[in-house]
Design a protein around this ligand. Sequence first.
Ligand SMILES: O=C(CO)[C@@H](O)[C@H](O)COP(=O)(O)O
Length: 214
Amino acid sequence: MTEIGISILSSDLLNLEKEIKSIEKSKADYIHIDIMDGHFVPNLTFGPDIVAQVKRMTKIPLDVHLMIDNPARYIETFASVGADILTVHYEACNQLDEVLSLIRRHGCKPGLAIKPTTSVESIKKYLDKVSLVLQMTVEPGFGGQAFIEATLENLQTLDLHRTHHHLSYMIEVDGGINKVTGKKCVNAGADVLAVGSYYINALNREKIIQELKN
Ligand SMILES: O=C(CO)[C@@H](O)[C@H](O)COP(=O)(O)O
């Protein structure tokens, strides 16, 4: 079954505990936390303290997406505050092999993210070292953007590569996901849908999670 991660980027941050309880009630599989540094992406969001607070509030696994330059500097910090999956960007790392093994050494599942225009070819040599590949389906930085259809081709390539090489990484998509785009992604090979504004704005959050899962 498809798994759902809820991105807290667009949630009501002054009522974060209430939001986390709502995510638990709607039976999401992950809480997706976007860490932005104002360099790698043109926006600023959370630091490790927020991740630590969310961890204290819930048992839902935390899928922490580092949209930061040179993420090696912060792997130990985010691992120590409770990240379960720790995802770094291919475009932001110099020594990716080392960063991925650092993530594993600190007890997290390593994820590798790519921007919409990055090719799967460029990350193929790392795919046997990751637990998850995160295909950005919008330009990273902001919630509420429109899904980029051209990213579906990368999902098909990732899915074919996984089967062909007997690999087991999960394929996650993030950005502009709703009932229509989510279905397209799942049909193209995605296993995990990271959802932000579609969930936050829904009148019946439990219902839309069930629809997305099915
Ligand atoms: O990482 C990002 C944006 O950079 C996402 O996680 C967004 O938070 C998803 O929000 P929607 O596109 O679903 O509104």
